[in-house]
Design a binder for this molecule. Structure first.
Ligand SMILES: CC(=O)N[C@@H](C)C(=O)N[C@@H](C)C(=O)N[C@@H](C)C(=O)O
Length: 657
C-alpha cells in the first residue's frame, strides 16, 4: 500500500516504540531512558536502556538483551548509574561506573524482586525496596498444595495471590556491600525518600490495625540511620502517593489527602507540606482543585505513573497534575506560594527528571499527534522545549491518520470535554458509523495521548467519540464525586448528550452507532444498552454487571462501600438498583462480552453472569474469553491477544455496520 493508503492497524503495536522514565544526567548532557519493545516471536515485552546526547542528539543503545531493564538512576556527580534488571529467575541492581564496561551487580536476588531505588544525598548509600518471595527457586513455579488465606486484600490483578511477606526497605553501599534491612513491617513499604542530609529515610506504609479495610490510611515514618530508630510522622489519616524531602531539611512533602473512606480517586491527591518542627501541614495545590495522580488513560501511554514533585531550586518545586485531558507541569514557589505553568499545552507530562542546576528537564511526553517520545525543556535565558527522540517517526510517516478534534459539550449542569477522531480521508458530506468509547476508573480521564485503539477504529471508517463524563478526574473534586453513590448517573446523561451533539453535526449515521468501554467503561456500556436501544451493537470489556458480587470477588471490591456508603448484605436494593444486570430484560442490543480469564479487578464472573443471563433469554450475545490475561489486556496483555481483541471488535462492529 502506498504511504497515503496505509492506515493504523491492530498489528501496528509491533511497530511502535515505547519510551519512558527519562533520567537526565546531573550535567544535563545526557538522558538515559527506558525503551520497551515487543519480542514478536516470544510474544513478550522486554525493555533496554538508551542514551540520548542532549547536545548532539545522538541516540545510543545502552543495554541489550531479552530482559527488563528499568529505573535508571544517576548519582549526584553523574559518575554512577544504577538500574534494575529483571530476568526470568533473577532481580538485580546493576551499576555502571564512569559509563564504562559491563554493569556490575550491586544486588542479585533469586528469592525476591527489587522494586525501587534512590541514592543518598552523599552518593554513599542506595535505598532499595525489595519484596522477598514466600517461596523461591523451583517451588515458585509449582502450585501450592493449598492457599491458606487470612487477609482481605489477598489478591492483586496482574500479580495474582499476594505474597505474605511485605515489600521492605533496605540500604546498601553504592560501591557494594551487605544488604542492610531497615524495615520489617506487616504491610508493603510503598514509597520512601532520603532526608536532606542522608542521615535518615522517610518511608510510607499502612500500619492501621485493620489495613485492608483502611487501605487509604497510610502512615509516614522516619528512620534515623544513626539512632537506628523509627519515628512516626504525625499527620491526619489518609492515603499517601509519595514522599519527598526538601533540600533544606525544613519540610517534608507528600502527595495525599485527609478524607479517607472515599472511593479510589474521588478526592484530589494534593501536595502537602509538613513543617518538621511544628508538624503544621499545608496543601500547596488545593487552589488548583486538581489531583496530582497521573490518571490519563491510554494504550500506549502508561497510566497511574508515580511522579514525585522535584526541587528545581531550594524554593522552587516542580510537579504535575491531571487536568482537562492534560498533565501540565507546574512550578510552585515555596516563599511566594505562586504557581507558574512550565508546560500546560494539549499534552501529558507522564514523568520528568531534572539536571542538577534545574535548567534542563527531561520529559516523557504524550500527545495526540504522535506516540510518546522524550522531550527536553531547557530553561536557560529563555524557555525552549524540543523533542530529543524520534522513535516513532518512521512508523508515523508510513501511515495516514487524523488528530482528534476537541469539543466541549453541554450536559445538564456540566460541560463534557470530548474528542472526535475522524477516519482518514473524511468527507463531511458522508454519513459515518459512530463508535462511542467510554473510559474506566471511573476517576480517570481520556486525554492528550496517541491512542492506538481509537486510531484503529477511525482507520476502519468509524467516527470515534470519546469523552470525560462526570465521574472523571481532571475537572475537580465535585466533578469526580458527582457519581458517588450512583455510579451510572449523571454519566449516562453526559454520554448521551455527547452522542446527540455529534449526531447534530450531520456526519454520523444515527442508525449506525456502536458503544464500547472497559472496566467501569464496561459497566457504563452495560448500563447504556440496558437503558436505551439506540446503539446497533456493543462490546463490553472487563466489565462490571453486578455490583453485589463484584464487592466480594474483585481484588479491591470492598472499595465500593466508599462509593455507596453501605455494603450489599445490608443494602441489597441499592446495589441492585445500580447493577446493570438488574435491567438485563431491557437489553436488546447485540452484545459481545470480552473478558480476561485472570482478571482479578473485574473478575470473569461478571462476564459469565451477563452472558448466561442474556443467552438463557436467547438474546444476541457472544462471550469471548482471553486465557491467562489480567485486567490490563488492552494495555499490556500478550501482544497477539491485544491484536486479536482489536480484530474481534472490528469484526463485531463491521458485521453490524
Ligand atoms: C484501585 C482501583 O479501583 N483502581 C481503579 C483505577 C480501577 O481499577 N478501576 C476499575 C474498575 C477500572 O475502571 N479500571 C480502568 C482504569 C480500566 O480501564 O481498566
Amino acid at each position: 500500500m502506498s504511504k497515503q493508503e496505509k492506515y493504523v492497524s491492530p498489528e501496528d503495536i509491533y511497530d511502535l516504540q515505547f519510551p519512558s522514565d527519562p533520567q537526565i544526567s546531573p550535567d544535563g548532557k545526557k538522558v538515559i531512558f527506558v525503551k520497551k519493545w515487543i519480542h514478536k516471536k516470544e510474544q513478550k515485552y522486554y525493555s533496554n536502556l538508551y542514551s540520548v546526547d542532549t547536545v548532539r542528539g545522538t541516540v545510543v543503545q545502552f543495554t541489550r538483551g531479552e530482559q527488563k531493564d528499568i529505573k535508571p538512576r544517576w548519582n549526584r556527580n553523574g559518575k554512577q548509574l544504577l538500574f534494575i534488571r529483571s530476568t526470568q529467575n533473577k532481580s538485580e541492581l546493576l551499576s555502571f561506573y564512569g559509563g564504562l564496561g559491563e554493569p556490575m551487580p550491586l544486588i542479585s536476588l533469586e528469592d525476591g524482586d527489587i522494586q525501587d531505588l534512590a541514592f543518598s544525598p552523599d552518593d554513599k548509600w542506595v535505598a532499595v525496596l525489595i519484596q522477598k518471595y514466600d517461596v523461591s527457586g523451583e517451588d515458585r513455579k509449582k502450585e501450592p498444595l493449598k492457599r491458606d488465606i487470612d487477609r482481605l486484600f489477598y489478591r492483586l490483578d496482574g500479580e495474582g495471590f499476594r505474597q505474605k511477606r511485605a515489600v521492605q526497605l533496605f540500604i546498601v553501599k553504592s560501591r557494594g556491600g551487605r544488604l542492610i534491612p531497615i524495615t520489617d513491617v506487616p504491610r508493603d513499604v510503598t514509597d520512601f525518600a532520603w532526608n536532606h542530609d542522608g542521615t535518615g529515610i522517610y518511608y510510607v506504609t499502612n500500619d492501621h490495625e485493620d489495613p485492608d479495610r483502611h487501605m487509604d490510611e497510610e502512615s509516614i515514618f522516619f528512620y534515623s540511620l544513626k539512632e537506628k530508630r523509627h519515628v512516626r510522622i504525625e499527620k491526619p489519616a489518609g492515603p499517601i502517593g509519595w514522599v519527598q524531602a526538601d533540600p533544606e531539611g525544613k519540610y517534608l512533602y507528600f502527595a495525599g489527602h485527609f478524607k479517607p473512606g472515599h472511593s479510589w480517586g474521588a478526592v484530589n491527591s494534593e501536595i502537602q507540606q509538613l513543617h518538621l518542627e511544628t508538624g503544621e501541614i499545608h496543601s500547596l495545590t488545593a487552589s488548583l482543585d486538581r489531583t496530582t495522580d497521573m490518571v490519563t488513560l491510554g494504550d500506549i501511554t502508561p497510566s497511574f505513573v508515580k511522579q514525585k514533585a522535584l526541587f528545581q531550586t531550594s524554593e522552587d518545586l516542580l510537579f504535575t497534575v491531571s487536568s482537562e485531558g492534560a498533565n501540565p507541569l507546574f512550578k510552585f514557589n515555596i516563599l511566594s506560594g505562586e504557581i507558574t505553568p512550565l508546560l500546560d499545552g494539549p499534552e501529558c507530562v507522564v514523568s520528568f527528571s531534572m539536571s542538577r542546576d534545574g535548567k534542563n528537564i527531561a520529559v516523557h511526553l504524550a500527545q495526540m499527534e504522535r506516540p510518546d517520545e522524550i522531550w527536553l525543556l531547557e530553561l536557560n535565558s529563555e524557555k525552549h522545549f524540543r523533542r530529543i527522540t524520534f522513535l516513532n517517526d518512521e512508523y508515523m510517516s508510513s501511515i495516514s491518520c487524523n488528530v482528534p478534534e476537541e469539543y466541549h459539550i453541554p450536559s445538564d449542569n456540566a460541560v463534557i470535554q470530548s474528542w472526535v477522531l475522524k477516519p482518514p480521508g473524511f468527507n463531511s458530506k458522508k454519513k459515518y458509523p459512530l463508535l462511542l468509547q467510554i473510559h474506566g476508573g471511573p476517576r480517570a480521564q481520556y486525554g492528550y495521548t496517541w491512542f492506538h485503539e481509537m486510531q484503529v477504529f477511525a482507520a476502519a471508517g468509524f467516527v470515534v467519540l470519546y469523552t470525560n463524563p462526570q465521574g472523571s478526574q481532571g475537572y475537580g473534586h465535585a466533578f469526580a464525586d458527582a457519581i458517588t453513590g450512583k455510579w451510572a448517573e449523571p454519566a449516562m446523561n453526559d454520554l448521551m448528550a455527547a452522542v446527540d451533539y455529534i449526531l447534530e453535526l450531520g456526519f454520523v449515521d444515527p442508525e449506525q452507532c456502536f458503544v464500547t468501554g472497559g472496566s467501569y467503561g464496561g459497566y457504563m456500556t452495560n448500563w447504556v444498552i440496558s437503558h436505551t436501544n439506540r446503539f446497533k451493537g456493543a462490546v463490553t470489556q472487563r466489565s462490571i454487571c453486578d455490583l453485589s458480587s463484584f464487592f466480594g470477588t474483585s481484588d479491591t471490591g470492598w472499595d465500593l462501600e466508599a462509593d455507596f456508603h453501605d455494603v450489599p448484605w445490608k443494602n441489597p436494593e441499592l446495589y441492585k438498583k445500580w447493577s446493570p444486570i438488574t435491567y438485563a430484560d431491557q437489553i436488546d442490543t447485540p452484545l459481545c462480552i470480552i473478558h480476561s480469564e485472570n482478571d482479578l479487578r473485574c473478575p470473569v464472573e461478571q462476564a459469565e453472569q451477563l452472558f448466561v443471563r442474556l443467552k438463557y433469554d436467547k438474546k444476541p450475545v457472544r462471550l469471548v474469553l482471553f486465557p491467562e490475561e489480567s485486567h490490563g489486556l488492552s494495555r499490556g496483555g500478550r501482544p497477539d491477544r491485544r491484536v486479536e481483541r482489536l480484530k474481534l471488535m472490528l469484526e463485531e462492529f463491521r458485521v453490524k455496520s
